[in-house]
Ligand binder design. Structure first.
Ligand SMILES: Cc1cc2nc3c(=O)[nH]c(=O)nc-3n(C[C@H](O)[C@H](O)[C@H](O)COP(=O)(O)OP(=O)(O)OC[C@H]3O[C@@H](n4cnc5c(N)ncnc54)[C@H](O)[C@@H]3O)c2cc1C
Length: 412
């Protein structure tokens, strides 16, 4: 017999898994379909994602409300200060949590830690089933008009699930986005991000660096245990070289780009790379489904905002699901899409704009960029606005981001 549920979340990555946790306690029957094998199973990939994520304070508050933060807190390093500069120029901007009267400008957590905390929290959820090693393959609208039939490809063949709504959280190359009939605009940056964790000889003091170079931006984020997370953007053609070079050569390159600020490095962790592109869904909702997270917007990591934006999608969507008596109607999906549109436009424009502004083909001469950076450094009001945006603060924050639990669902 075909299994029927209220919501299918396609993709159990960091955004899909967070949504499943957020729906806990609403009395819904939720199925998460995830292509990767169950973590820790013999078929799970041996190499874990080496990336770390800078969590904006609003994201931290959402994780706190969902009771995921206690598992993360011991492994989360607060960012106290950020130093933004341009290689070859004299301008810089400094952001300081203490000056802005906040505890931290963000928190850095390893993706592995975040993934484990989410998996643990999902296990404690009522009404959430996770189907691993299964891919969403096909999608049909039910003849009754009351939802969708989703075909999964599993190791044992195909099976069908029925649901009142589908949430596509299946990443940048989202198959579900296509199945929902939603298009996507793409821009290939011709760059990759090389990621590695470095152990420093001197304390990092909670200082993060964002350094713009003509070849692409570089970020160093403070981590627990005196380590820093390196995100080095490179032209596509150079990635293989920097993945294979010696640790000494990599550290020398990072120091060269950072004007020697990094200092001595004790150890360099495993390296991984990600090709970078901007992907933006042409709309966010269809008749019986929505796209969220990277399936809706895949950003350049320059501003460290992709996950944070996805968490705001997730929090607004969870609130909309909690408030709607009829999940099979499309009105609430369209309302969700309208609500999220301005935040998406802001963040896509901001991250893409930064890459273009400081890149090789920048329309603005270097000295003017320096004046802009130094001008921002001197302008407290401008900096405060910048910090508020980076922290994820803005009008109309969803309940979960204000530390409030979701209200129970209305009767149909
Ligand atoms: C180098 C780098 C550094 C970054 N740093 C930051 C940062 O500091 N701060 C920040 O906010 N963001 C950062 N980001 C962005 C952030 O990593 C992403 O926005 C976030 O991981 C997106 O999560 P997601 O769950 O939407 O998508 P994904 O992580 O792509 O998850 C999608 C999931 O769907 C599954 N899937 C795919 N197809 C199917 C299918 N057909 N059926 C079922 N399941 C399927 C996949 O297995 C996967 O688990 C960074 C990105 C990069 C590349």
């Amino acid at each position: 017999m075909t299994r029927s549920c209220d919501i299918i979340i396609a993709g159990g990555g960091m955004i899909g898994a967070s949504l499943a946790c957020a729906l806990d306690g609403l009395g819904l029957d939720v199925v998460v379909v995830e292509a990767a094998p169950t973590p820790g199973s013999p078929t799970a990939p041996a190499v874990l994602d080496e990336r770390s994520t800078a969590l904006a304070p609003v994201t931290q508050r959402i994780l706190q409300t969902l009771d995921i933060w206690p598992a993360l807190a011991p492994e989360a390093e607060p960012i106290h200060r950020i130093h933004v500069s341009r290689r070859g120029g004299a301008g810089f901007t400094r952001l300081d949590a203490a000056r802005d009267g906040v505890e931290a400008l963000g928190y850095v957590v390893a993706n592995r830690v975040l993934g484990e905390a989410l998996a643990q929290r999902i296990e404690a959820c009522d009404g959430v089933e996770v189907i691993n090693s299964a891919r969403v393959y096909g999608l049909d609208q039910l003849i009754s008009g009351r939802g969708v039939a989703v075909t999964l490809e599993t190791g044992d063949g195909r099976r069908t699930l029925e649901s009142r709504a589908l949430v596509a959280a299946d990443g940048a190359d989202s198959r579900c986005r296509r199945l929902l009939g939603i298009g996507a605009q793409r821009h290939d940056y011709g760059q990759s991000a090389l990621v590695a964790n470095l152990a420093l000889r001197r304390p990092h003091d909670g200082l993060a660096y964002e350094r713009f170079t003509r070849d692409g931006p570089m970020a160093l984020l403070p981590m627990t245990g005196g380590r820093v997370a390196l995100v080095l953007t490179l032209p596509q053609a150079e990635v293989a070289h920097w993945l294979a070079c010696s640790d000494v050569a990599l550290v020398a390159e990072v120091n060269r780009r950072l004007g020697g600020r990094l200092g001595e490095v004790e150890a360099v962790g495993a390296r991984q790379s990600w090709p970078l592109s901007l992907v933006r869904a042409t709309r966010l909702a269809a008749a019986h489904g929505v796209v969220i997270g990277n399936a809706a917007h895949t950003l350049h990591p320059v501003a460290g905002q992709g996950f944070n934006l996805g968490m705001r999608d997730m929090a607004v969507l969870a609130e909309a699901i909690a408030a709607t008596p009829a999940l099979e109607d499309s009105g609430w999906l369209q309302a969700y899409a309208r609500k999220r549109y301005p935040d998406h436009c802001r963040l896509v424009g901001f991250s893409h704009g930064l890459v273009q502004l400081f890149g090789r083909r920048s329309p603005v001469p270097g000295p003017l960029l320096d004046i802009g950076l130094s001008g921002l450094d001197l302008c407290e009001i401008g900096k405060r606005g910048f910090v508020r945006a980076a922290m994820g603060l803005g009008p109309g924050l969803p309940r979960l981001a204000r530390g409030l639990q979701l209200r129970g669902r209305p009767a149909p």
